[in-house]
Design a binder for this molecule. Structure first.
Ligand code: GLT
Ligand code: MN
Ligand code: MN
Length: 390
């Protein structure tokens, strides 16, 4: 078996919505039917996928009776059982129905805010029944085009009230959820509140149950804003807040492309994968992407699915090669000079340390003259990524 054949132990997941996607865009009609949830389970199980994630809407649509919902859920559970797939993450669709056209938890209308809570609690119940342990919040409509009509300070307060309420609901029901907040700078709103993963981390610190709440960064969303996704995830990981991740591909400064993982910026994807692997990230590796609109047959649609996983596994292998490469190791050693005397000066504040630093004579010219071989290191990385190591 190839190193690049996905295994369940790789923890690769796909959103139901990613393959329900029928290729419709704001300018054009569908180019394919999209898979129904049960067919999707069959197709994905054959490819070594670990699980699927879903919105209430993906499985149940909108406005079905309880009896209808129960029978859909029963059939879905049965197929999960038959295929050996699981549902590690669930979320609420608070963006498709026009009632949410001006937001859900941050809507100016208290009826809409209460309805959003009702829909979310029901969806949390379903997610729990399906075994989900992570609950994602992506506030697609939580934003504005007209700042004159909504108070952005109040929006933060409303968002906090909703998160605190739903954390308490989860605890009261005995659910084992961790919440993961997903930022996006814009689209579908002109501007979405709390637009970056960093903004979410700041917000989480203000919550009543901040220990239950982390982030779900998405490659495309930081990249739209021109940010370095690897850096954004690193901060979340270091803070112990990387509860989930949405992998895909994106060119900066464009609409949300949700491309196949690895399709764009292979270097940034490389550092992301290397970090997730080297720091022992244990959550799902979730692909929130969809096939190109040009994909209309099974071969190309499933080629997209296989491609996301294959790219991840190739980058994982490239990370191993990079870390084991003697040229890389030598360059990294030069870039990380050791000096035990200086190390001893650093660390937590003590009056002695402060005094020692203040009185230390530094060889400013000598330190400045040290070589920093970033050119050579980056070229070596390029060579490794391109498969050339002569
Ligand atoms: C939607 C969005 C994604 C979110 C999903 C979760 S839905 O497809 O574009 O980024 O992760 O609500
Ligand atoms: Mn996403
Ligand atoms: Mn996206």
């Amino acid at each position: 078996m190839s190193l690049f054949t996905p295994q369940k132990s790789d923890r690769f997941t796909f959103g139901l919505w990613t393959l329900q996607n029928n290729g419709r865009d704001p300018f054009g009609e569908p180019t394919r039917p999209g898979y129904d949830p049960l067919t999707m389970l069959d197709k994905l199980a054959d490819l070594g996928v670990y699980g699927v994630n879903l919105h209430d809407h993906d499985l149940l649509g909108f406005g079905k009776s309880i009896a209808e919902q129960d029978s859909i859920i029963a059939a879905f559970k049965q197929r999960l059982h038959d295929t050996g797939l699981c549902v590690p993450m669930a979320t609420t669709n608070l963006f498709t129905h026009p009632i949410f056209r001006d937001g859900a938890f941050t809507s100016n209308d208290p009826k809409v805010r209460a309805f959003a809570l009702q829909k979310t609690m029901r969806s949390m119940d379903v997610g729990n029944e399906l075994g989900a342990k992570v609950y994602v919040f992506w506030g697609g409509r939580e934003g504005a085009e007209v700042d004159a009509g909504k108070d952005a300070v109040v929006a933060s307060k409303r968002m906090r009230e909703a998160m605190d309420f739903l954390c308490e609901y989860s605890v009261a029901q005995g659910y084992d959820y961790k919440f993961a907040l997903e930022a996006k700078p814009n689209e579908p709103r002109g501007d979405i509140y709390m637009p970056t993963t960093g903004a979410m981390l700041g917000f989480i610190a203000t919550l009543k149950h901040s220990e239950m709440v982390g982030v779900n960064p998405e490659v495309a969303h930081e990249t739209i804003a021109g940010l370095n996704f690897y850096h954004a995830v690193a901060q979340a990981l270091e803070a112990g807040k990387l509860f989930h991740i949405d992998l895909n591909g994106q060119k900066p400064g464009r609409f949300d492309q949700d491309l196949r993982f690895g399709q764009e910026d292979a270097k940034n994807a490389f550092f992301l994968v290397r970090m997730l692997e080297n720091y022992g990230y244990k959550g799902s590796l979730h692909f929130d992407a969809h096939p190109l609109r040009t994909a209309s047959d099974d071969a190309d649609i499933l080629g997209f699915v296989k491609g996301c996983m294959r790219s991840y596994l190739i980058l994982k292998e490239k990370a191993r090669i990079f870390d084991a490469d003697p040229v890389v190791q030598e360059l990294l050693a030069q870039l990380n000079p050791s000096c035990s005397e200086s190390e001893a000066l650093l660390g937590e504040y003590t009056p002695e340390r402060a005094n020692a630093i203040q009185t230390r004579q530094f060889d400013v010219d000598g330190i400045t003259a040290q070589a920093l071989p970033y050119e050579q290191l980056d070229q070596r990385l390029f060579d490794i990524l391109m498969g050339i190591q002569d």
